[in-house]
Design a protein around this ligand. Structure first.
Ligand SMILES: [Fe+2]
Length: 268
């Protein structure tokens, strides 16, 4: 383990609503000064951990830092994916529009446990917030009959590989958090081919065919309720660690300048 206990005492913890936590360090602090075990525990407790005051890392060092957390997922484009808005994107992730809810890793064999972002540049009041949904809270509040229905549902997702992922995958809607053991929902909202560059089709198994559309609409409505969602407005310098099992995430459309530059690493 790296880091020191004394560095922990210089931090300020600020709760976010309805979940999440900002941890502020004195300006110029180094992330290596903090024990990974403490950060992992805070992430599991709060789902989203926003670290502020830390010096941004070079790409290679960012990947190396993340290796202290676990195995880092390697994409064709590398371990650190640059998330920037492109002029003519092949994939909606690089567009300026919204990104519906999903979990990362649906179309790869490994399910990342955490993902880590660092924000190198962001314009204020530009929209594009990353929206996180705490599915453990959604499950906790669901009626017993609905929980029972969810436990029988399986989804098959189909997409074309246009960016760094693609294929066909079947997943149970209900899963279990590997750390806390809590029930979690794994769901990727369908992407309508009329709206998104790379459509994702969702087939539901476990619900009568004529009820499938209503089932998905009701599920999305529930997941988007404000009491389950935290929308992160990015500031340059933010280092954000999120629990990819407890959460689904998406992005609001940009409403202003799209100069934002995020870098993302996924940890298995
Ligand atoms: Fe994602």
């Amino acid at each position: 383990m790296t880091g020191s206990a004394s560095a922990l005492e210089t931090l300020t913890h600020i709760p976010l609503a309805p979940f999440g936590r900002v941890v502020e360090a004195p300006e110029g602090a180094t992330i290596d000064d903090l024990p990974v075990a403490a950060l992992a525990r805070w992430t599991e407790e709060s789902r989203v951990l926003v670290l502020r005051g830390f010096t941004p890392m070079e790409k290679e060092r960012f990947a190396d830092y993340c290796r202290q957390w676990g195995e880092v997922l390697r994409w064709d484009a590398g371990e650190v994916i640059d998330l920037v808005v492109q002029d003519d994107p092949k994939n909606y992730v690089f567009s300026s529009g919204d990104v519906p809810f999903h979990w990362d890793g649906a179309f790869v064999e490994a399910n990342p446990r955490f993902f880590v972002f660092q924000c190198l540049d962001a314009a204020p009041d530009a929209g594009g917030e990353t929206v996180f949904c705490d599915t453990t809270a959604v499950y906790r509040d669901a009626e017993p009959e609905l929980r029972e229905l969810w436990s029988r549902v399986t989804m098959t997702y189909t997409t074309e590989k246009l960016a760094h992922y693609g294929g066909r995958v079947t997943e149970k809607l209900l899963s279990q958090h590997p750390g806390t053991g809590l029930p979690v929902l794994r769901y990727a909202e369908p992407l309508d081919p009329a709206v998104y560059k790379n459509p994702v089709y969702v087939a539901v198994d476990g619900v009568e065919a004529e009820r499938a559309d209503d089932f998905l609409a009701a599920l999305s409505e529930r997941l988007h309720r404000p009491e389950y969602c935290y929308a992160h407005a990015w500031q340059a310098g933010d280092l954000v660690i999120a629990d990819n099992y407890a959460l689904l995430h998406g992005r609001n459309a940009f409403t202003g300048p799209t100069t934002r530059h995020l870098q993302r690493v996924q940890i298995i």
